[in-house]
Design a protein around this ligand. Structure first.
Ligand SMILES: *Cc1c(COP(=O)(O)O)cnc(C)c1O
Length: 398
């Protein structure tokens, strides 16, 4: 390993005494972000006003930052653009992909997918009518369900609940052999493990930046379109900034060149500036090293918890190759247990109905945190410290 994890860790602001195992939901604050935001706000917005769009490079930021994210996920230069939220990018990629497979009507996904992806697919097929449908099968049954009626295979590589990981290369090849296109959601992959979009010949990919890429709450999503589809993919959300000439103000829509057409409206400049600063850590971190360290951390966490807490059932695959960078355990009182952990400074999260979820981000998490988390969890379980009414009261965000 060549990555200096002490150096990457020093690039993050983490409150004293906290073990943060929820970077898979919201990454922590990179130390470079406040200064970058101050500059963007005071020196660019404050001084340049509207001139910032040209003179501070705001208009190019979605592409420029998209290329930085693209390098991390094996995308060719100029194939990734930032903007909107992930749910919107799911809709956009799915609509474009469906149109490219005329004569087929089925979107195939799995029951482990994140609900918003399925809701967006559902909304799209309702708008399209004409027999379009979403079919979901169990994650293990996806491969066998790829048949001649499938237009698009839409999957999230790493399951948000269990951390189970699909084999992207294999499923993409299978989909292509069956005449279908693929939409991959990399929400729990980008910044967590190596992804090879070009090598696996993925067609479309999307993901968010506020999880393992640490862009902050509400940071923009990304969308990738394979270069071979770039001029054929037709944007369903045909906003003015995806137009070939936005400032011609034509009344008719003409898609922009390549990935530019996947832009919709005015980009969120403050959030893009935050993400741009957050991406600096990848100048000294190698994603292969991050993955290798993540495997060490997750294996140690599983071994520690299983030895100390027999009442927790592992919900994640035991084989590190078959999972992403998170570990989940099941317990009927999972919510209360997580509240007891959070009260003791170990922050993970809970996913209904019974999942305790722990994300591991080696950029700022080491073996010391794993040991501390195991020790606190063992104490909470052995002493039934979770067994309190106030720990059972659910907050709006779990
Ligand atoms: C986090 C996540 C989302 C969230 O979508 P937003 O539009 O950013 O709120 C969607 N899909 C998956 C797979 C996720 O993990």
């Amino acid at each position: 390993m060549t990555t200096d994890f002490a150096a990457t860790r020093a690039m993050f602001e983490l409150p004293e005494g906290i073990v943060y195992l929820d970077g898979n939901s919201l990454g922590p604050l990179p130390r470079a972000v406040p200064e970058r935001l101050r500059r963007t706000v005071e020196e660019e917005w404050g001084r340049l006003l509207i001139g910032g769009w040209n003179r501070a490079g705001w208009m190019d930021l979605p592409r420029k930052v998209g290329d930085r994210v693209g390098r991390l996920i094996g995308a060719e230069p100029g194939t990734v653009v930032m903007g909107d939220t992930l749910s919107i990018k799911v809709y956009q990629s799915l609509a474009a992909a469906l149109e490219m497979v005329p004569g087929r009507r089925v979107i195939l996904s799995d029951t482990g997918n994140f609900p918003s992806d399925l809701y967006m697919a559902d909304g799209l097929v309702r708008t399209l009518g004409q027999g379009y449908a979403v079919r979901t099968v169990a994650p293990e049954e996806v491969e066998a369900a790829i048949g001649p009626e499938v237009a698009v295979l839409m999957l999230t590589e790493v399951d948000y609940r269990t951390g189970r990981r699909h084999d992207m290369g294999r499923l993409t090849a299978k989909a292509h052999a069956a005449g279908a296109l693929t939409v991959w959601d990399l929400a729990h992959s980008a910044g967590a493990l190596p992804v090879d979009l070009a090598g696996t010949r993925a067609d479309f990919a999307v993901g968010c930046s506020y999880k393992y890429l640490n862009s902050g709450p509400g940071g923009p999503a990304f969308i990738y379109v394979a270069p071979r589809h770039a001029e054929a993919a037709r944007p369903a959300l045909s906003g003015w900034l995806g137009h070939a000439a936005p400032f011609a103000f034509d009344l008719d829509y003409r898609p922009g060149r390549g990935i530019e057409r996947m832009r919709v409206g005015t980009p969120p400049i403050l959030q893009l500036a935050a993400l741009d600063a957050a991406m600096d850590v990848w100048e000294i971190a190698d994603i292969a090293d991050v993955r290798a360290r993540s495997v060490e951390l997750t294996q140690a966490f599983i071994a520690g918890v299983e030895a100390a807490c027999p009442e927790l059932a592992l919900a994640s695959p035991r084989d590190p190759e078959a999972r992403g960078s998170q570990v989940s355990f099941r317990h009927p009182e999972g919510y209360a247990i997580m509240q007891a952990l959070i009260a003791r400074g170990v922050i993970g999260d809970f996913r209904a109905p019974d999942i305790l979820r722990f994300g591991f981000a080696p950029l700022y998490t080491g073996m010391g945190e794993v040991e501390r988390a195991v020790a606190v969890l063992a104490e909470v379980m052995a002493g039934r410290l979770w067994d309190r009414d106030d720990y059972r009261r659910r907050a709006a965000v779990t």
